[in-house]
Design a protein around this ligand. Structure first.
Ligand code: NAD
Length: 294
């Protein structure tokens, strides 16, 4: 097996310059992590405000490292110089791998991926950070689906080690190997999974959220459930985790999972996630979810 893995790794192209599309929560985190670990990255958004948000996030994380004595102000400057903000695809000439991290909307992703494919080299790798959209579905509109796969990071990117590399039906070994190598260069632990609703982590996580929601429906106190799960050894309980993920994101992912696995996920009752969403209690992003943040 080790030999097989080595042969496989040989197919990877080195990523000397990366690009991320979308400078939001995830795009900003991906740019920061790539720059920190030494791979320069272009960061594209549709407007300057978006880019500013992404850069501010990188600056915030780097300032924390300087305060803790983990890096000098000069080193912080070097890392920031590795992030190249842009509003133009025209700057993508030297890019080896692109991570698409724009809003979770298939139509927007389709057009962004097509536009990118037109400006990068024919042998360059295109990936998507989608949490729920099928990789084969996104690949359908591409000219070179063999160069495309999923590269699914978790939030917050700088803290979460796992990256799912999702192989679509037409994805080549080279695309997977290059994406795995880039994830490793970013200091992450990649796993390769096939394309299916929820990929791997969300197939575990969402049934767990479903179990939590049923407990709450049965009358359990969500704060007590959180405390129990912390005592069990997990860094946070399900209610707090849902506040971090965001009720809108969780509701959408839950629906995708219920459609993909009706026998396991369908529930005729409203879940706590639906109720919170209807009450606009989205979690940390709206300052109130299960818990109050302001
Ligand atoms: P976000 O709303 O914070 O950021 C999206 C960014 O994309 C915005 O800055 C927006 O201006 C930009 N954008 C929109 N259209 C664009 C275009 N045509 N070109 C360039 N930029 C464009 O969203 P997010 O939470 O960072 O999510 C991004 C992707 O990552 C989604 O696919 C989401 O499912 C996935 N994801 C999110 C999380 C999470 O917890 N937030 C975790 C894993 C994966």
């Amino acid at each position: 097996l080790k030999k097989k893995a080595k042969d496989y790794e040989k197919q990877a192209n080195q990523v000397k310059m990366a690009a991320v599309l979308g400078a939001g929560i995830m795009g900003g985190g991906i740019a920061y992590q790539s720059a920190l670990k030494g791979t320069p990255i272009m960061m594209k958004d549709i407007n300057r405000d978006g880019i500013k948000l992404g850069l501010d996030e990188a600056k915030k994380q780097l300032s924390k490292r300087v305060e803790k004595g983990k890096m000098s102000a000069d080193q912080m400057g070097d890392v920031l110089n590795n992030i190249h903000p842009t509003l133009n695809y025209g700057d993508f000439g030297d890019v080896d791998l692109v991570v698409e991290a724009v809003v979770e909307n298939p139509k927007v992703k389709d057009s962004v991926l097509r536009e990118t494919e037109d400006v990068i080299g024919e042998d360059k790798i295109l990936t998507s950070n989608t949490s729920t959209i099928s990789i084969d579905r996104l690949a359908k509109n591409l000219k070179r689906p063999e160069n495309f796969c999923g590269m699914h990071f978790f939030n917050p990117v700088h803290m979460m080690p796992l990256v799912e590399v999702i192989r679509g039906e037409k994805t080549s070994d080279k695309a997977v190997a290059t994406t795995v190598a880039y994830a490793r260069a970013m200091g992450k632990s990649p796993i390769v999974v096939n394309d299916c609703p929820g990929f791997l982590v969300n197939r575990i996580l969402f049934p767990y959220f479903g179990g939590f929601a049923r407990l709450v429906r049965d009358g359990a106190d969500f704060q007590k459930v959180d405390k129990v799960m912390e005592k069990f050894g997990w860094p946070m309980g399900p209610a707090y985790l849902l506040d971090v993920v965001g009720m809108d994101t969780a509701k959408h992912a839950n629906e995708v999972m219920a459609e993909g696995f009706p026998d396991r996920m369908k529930d005729e009752h409203k879940s706590a996630i639906d109720v919170m969403f209807e009450k606009d209690r989205l979690g940390q992003k709206s300052d109130v979810g299960f818990y109050q943040y302001k």
